[in-house]
Design a protein around this ligand. Sequence first.
Ligand code: SAM
Length: 292
Amino acid sequence: MAEITHIDYDPATYWTTSAKNFRSSARLHLQHFLFQRTLGYVLESHVLAFISSSDNGRSGRSSLRVADIGCGNGAWLCDLNDELLKASTSAQLDGAISLEELDVMKPPSDDLLEVYDIVHIRAFSSILVDTGVGPLLSFVHAILKSGGYVQWEEVQGDKLVIEAAESASANNVSTKACDTISQMLEAAGKARGSNFGFIDRLDHEIQGFGGFEDVHKQVFEKRKQDYKAWTEDMLMVWGDLAIHIPTKADEPTAKLTRESFLDLFRRAVDETEYGVAIHQRMIMVAVGRKGA
Ligand SMILES: C[S@@+](CC[C@H](N)C(=O)[O-])C[C@H]1O[C@@H](n2cnc3c(N)ncnc32)[C@H](O)[C@@H]1O
């Protein structure tokens, strides 16, 4: 019987193949809750105002069409549904929530054109390797109705901060293993052509694409009291990387083997248990309205 010894790592398919299990879903839930604690909202204020102002414009029961593209386990959509039920607006999600598989890097099918009032995007940076934001924004623009809103949220993926808590640094706690993994990932990202520069310019990217108006950006500092949870979220990502690295038996001469990575990972976990935090300092949110 053939044995799978390692799996090629491709972030674009990562969540839909080997790692689609309760652990990856739990990690996405944790990430979602942390986003919510940081932002304090599900819908940004311009988007909320748009829903309220167009309440009467929608026919009949004020149904709303929202697409959360690359929605992971759907955690954001579930919270949105709750928020709309509680809000003063009479808007409701049309047909509640349904999930479909589709590739947002390709043009949408005709039945999706100009269908949605709101499109939400979160945590897409690792997917936009080589392509830049163009294909994704084309897709978003095509499926939005005129006057509809895009709300896009990203963490600063390239700006991983490894820092010892004050009490930990006072005790000279090492950050060496965490630093090493962080640098390895940065080098691997560069080798793949990852370019996270667009995150700081998210509003300019949307504006520059054309066809969007009233573009706004907000920047949120992560809360210090959440650093431990962000660290745990990141450790789950790092831990899941091991399966993508060949074992010593697979590639005896490889510089990095699964065994050496797991050893490094265990030391990184130890460092975090002595107070070292791993986080990206900021979350960016950009919103824009599709022009007529
Ligand atoms: C990092 S996860 C973020 C999930 C979710 N937005 C969240 O914040 O929890 C990236 C998501 O994008 C999806 N994805 C990757 N490439 C895609 C593509 N070309 N078209 C549509 N979805 C894609 C993955 O399956 C995954 O659900």
